[in-house]
Design a protein around this ligand. Structure first.
Ligand SMILES: *[C@@H]1O[C@H](CO)[C@@H](O)[C@H](O)[C@H]1NC(C)=O
Length: 317
């Protein structure tokens, strides 16, 4: 009898230990490097199976992994300034709220403005497609780092995201402020003004007629790898071979130093963020010069300009 049980047991063990092909496709690991809590929202596209969670709280410094099945497609974002109303028990967020009234989003998407990380696993040619999009505006810096891509598997399997904190430097006509005037998000021109030209709708509904605007260019200059308007595909979509996992970091380069006079300064981020992995493991962004999260920023435009310049430089290296 033992002779018959042993092979069955080892077969079972193998399946428990190894990822089962065709079932588990990728692991998404979320890290919160912000100084404040972020509440990630997770939305599966129509026809994609829901993940084990659709929203949770991620404390500063905390990590959490969520696995996704083969062929999964959907998006992630980070909610900020969230709280539960003590009278009604309703959970709401100041930015990127999903309107569910609970920490779980349960199939609802982010109210713009929201920085989005979008994924389609195992798509055309067996590749994962992913991007970070500012088409629906911006609320948090986000970084996506592919991990463990099969060597030599092709695709442009590189890090993408938006490293810069744009909430302070957002043009005033796009800026979303909290009570007290602190910038907490930055709207897209489409959402702010609603015209077809900015929304790439109507006569502007194709790549030949919908061109970058001064507003989309503001986002593109700050975050060259992120989508800045609907037809920004060429420089904003990335691909990895299947079996890649993804690390998603909120506030990837938040600096903490303060200057002697007590005002926050732009600091060269000492921990150059090691990006890439897999076929692009040699790539390093020098975290750029990133403004502190402090609310009392005096020279935010200057710092953002420096950050943008440093980011471009990092891209060219
Ligand atoms: C990455 O590859 C995809 C698929 O070939 C292509 O559409 C996209 O433009 C490439 N992205 C960049 C940033 O070069």
């Amino acid at each position: 009898m033992a002779n018959r049980v042993a092979p069955a047991l080892s077969f079972l063990c193998l399946h428990l230990l190894l990822p089962i092909p065709g079932v588990l496709s990728a692991t998404f690991t979320f890290s919160n490097n912000c100084k404040h809590t972020v509440w990630p929202g997770l939305l599966s596209s129509a026809g994609s199976s829901p993940l084990s969670t659709t929203g949770f709280s991620l404390e500063s410094g905390e990590d959490r992994s969520v696995s996704a099945p083969t062929g999964w497609s959907g998006r992630f974002w980070g909610r900020t300034h969230c709280s539960t109303d003590s009278a009604t028990g309703k959970f709401t967020c100041g930015t990127a709220d999903c309107g569910s009234g609970t920490v779980e989003c349960s199939g609802s998407g982010a109210a713009p403005p929201a920085t989005l990380a979008e994924f389609t696993l195992d798509g055309s040619g067996g590749l994962d497609f992913y991007d970070v999009s500012l088409v629906d505006g911006y609320n948090l810096p986000m970084l996506v780092v592919p991990q463990g891509a099969p060597t030599g598997a092709g695709g442009n399997c590189t890090t993408t995201g938006c490293l810069v904190d744009l909430n302070g430097v957002c043009p005033s006509e796009l800026k979303v402020t909290a009570v007290g005037g602190e910038g907490v998000a930055c709207r897209s021109a489409c959402e702010a003004f609603g015209n077809a030209e900015y929304c790439c709708s109507g006569a502007y509904g194709n790549p030949n007629t919908c061109r970058p605007s001064t507003y989309s260019t503001f986002f593109k200059n700050a975050c060259p790898r992120a989508y800045s308007y609907a037809y920004d595909d060429g420089t904003s979509t990335f691909t990895c071979a299947g079996s890649t996992s993804y690390h998603i970091t909120f506030c990837p380069t938040t600096a903490t130093s303060k200057s002697a006079d007590g005002y926050p300064q732009a600091v060269s981020v000492p921990h150059a963020v090691q990006l890439g992995g897999g076929i692009n493991s040699a790539m390093v962004y020098q975290g750029a010069l990133v403004a502190s999260n402090d609310k009392s920023l005096r020279s935010a435009p200057l710092m953002a300009a420096t950050a943008v310049a440093a980011f471009w430089l990092a891209l060219m290296l």
